[in-house]
Design a protein around this ligand. Structure first.
Ligand code: GTP
Ligand code: K
Ligand code: MG
Length: 369
């Protein structure tokens, strides 16, 4: 039996099993078994080793962040990418027009952002159908995923794409669950929770731990509504948490009334790539979701240079990161920095060191030794 068939068999068994007190141990075991099989798929020969992308599909990363386009064939990914970036990516009414990753760049508020147009995927993509696994492996390495949907059939497609990405260890618009599993030498299993356990019980937790041969460990659950999948995610550990925007394309083909309904999909932006409708809102949402930090340099005795921000990513935006992104020697030469803006304590500027965390639109002067 292939891995896919094994997964299918367990999924069928789970679908037949009613969830209740008597079955929760068994269901926990099955969940963990599926996760272990899926791991084989992710790290398998054409899966590209979890983080990396399939051969021929990854491209050199440029810019401060990359955005990957994922969607069914012919939803308009290449049309959108070409118009956004000015880089030509072949578009046509024929499915699977795009055969590999096509990179382009769009500059937003002075920040170069890499856009990756990808081949279309279909149901079963992460099981190796078509080039799906290579496509999803590239998506795994992006800072933001655009799930591009055709407005004429958005909901069904949305579900399929989400489950393909989920199956490959990608978690969309979520943060890692607040659960810790600490292994120890002896003492058996101790479960503590700071929130009520509404979607998982002790039997299920024990079944999952046993499936992973974790017989001595402390489990602490602090995530409201945590379930078996969350626990499995924490134990597996190779999950990636990526924001996603749902791009509802081809709105030129529907009525205003139909459009009103579509706005109810969270994190969605309706656009027409072909007619360039509402693409500005998409760019703005992209910018907000990427959550980048622009820092302006102020040379001694001169006004800040607002034309060329140094762009950093949230979580990697200390004064030291700022220095390194200009030149690797600068941090060593720095005596102190003066910061103006949201991260500074006072309006007249604050003297700070290398570990100071900067905010969007701060102004920084580096004083050298
Ligand atoms: N009406 C309408 N048609 C569009 C729009 N965007 C793209 N199309 C058309 O949809 C078809 C598919 O566009 P592509 O850009 O090739 O789609 P794709 O998602 O890149 O397709 P694959 O690379 O094959 O996966 C083309 O005929 C486009 O002209 C749009 O906003 N409105
Ligand atoms: K196409
Ligand atoms: Mg295309």
């Amino acid at each position: 039996m292939t891995t896919i068939q094994k997964i299918k068999e367990i999924e069928d068994e789970m679908a037949k099993t009613q969830k209740n007190k008597a079955t929760s141990y068994h269901l926990g075991q099955l969940k963990a078994k599926i996760a272990k099989l899926r791991r084989e798929l992710i790290s398998g020969p054409s899966g590209g080793g979890g983080g990396g992308a399939g051969i021929g599909f990854d491209v050199a990363r440029t810019g401060i962040a990359s955005v990957g386009f994922v969607g069914f064939p012919s939803v308009g990914k290449s049309t959108l990418m070409s118009k956004l970036t000015g880089t030509h990516s072949e578009a046509s009414e024929i499915d699977f027009t795009t055969l590999t990753t096509v990179p382009g760049t769009v500059k937003v508020h002075g920040a170069p952002i890499q856009i990756l147009d990808l081949p279309g995927i279909i149901e079963g993509a992460n099981d190796g159908r078509g080039r799906g696994r290579q496509v999803i492996a590239v998506a795994r390495t992006c800072h933001l995923i655009f799930i591009v949907l055709d407005v004429l059939k958005p909901l069904g497609d949305k579900k399929v794409i989400e489950s393909e990405l989920e199956g490959f260890g990608i978690r969309l618009n979520r943060r890692p669950p607040n659960i810790t599993v600490r292994k120890k030498e002896k003492g058996g299993i101790a479960i503590t929770n700071t929130v009520p356990l509404t979607n998982i019980d002790h039997d299920e937790i024990k079944a999952i731990l046993s499936e992973y041969k974790l017989s001595n460990c402390d489990v602490a659950i602090r995530e409201p509504g945590a379930n078996a999948d969350d626990l499995v995610d924490v134990i597996e550990g190779n999950r990636v948490y990526i924001p996603a925007l749902y791009v509802l394309n081809k709105i030129d083909a529907i009525s205003i009334e139909e459009l009103d309904l579509l706005y109810k999909i969270p994190n969605s932006v309706p656009v027409s790539s072909k007619e360039w409708m509402n693409v500005d809102e998409l760019i703005q949402k992209m910018w907000e979701t990427l959550n980048l930090v622009r820092v302006y340099t102020k040379p001694r005795g001169l006004a800040p240079d607002y034309s060329q921000p140094v762009v950093l990513r949230r979580g990697k935006c200390t004064v030291e990161d700022f220095c390194s992104s200009i030149h690797k020697e600068i941090a060593k030469q720095m005596k102190y920095a003066i910061v103006w803006g949201a991260s500074a304590k006072h309006a007249r500027g604050q003297k700070v060191g290398l570990d100071h965390v900067l905010e969007d639109e701060d102004v920084v002067h580096i004083s050298k030794k």
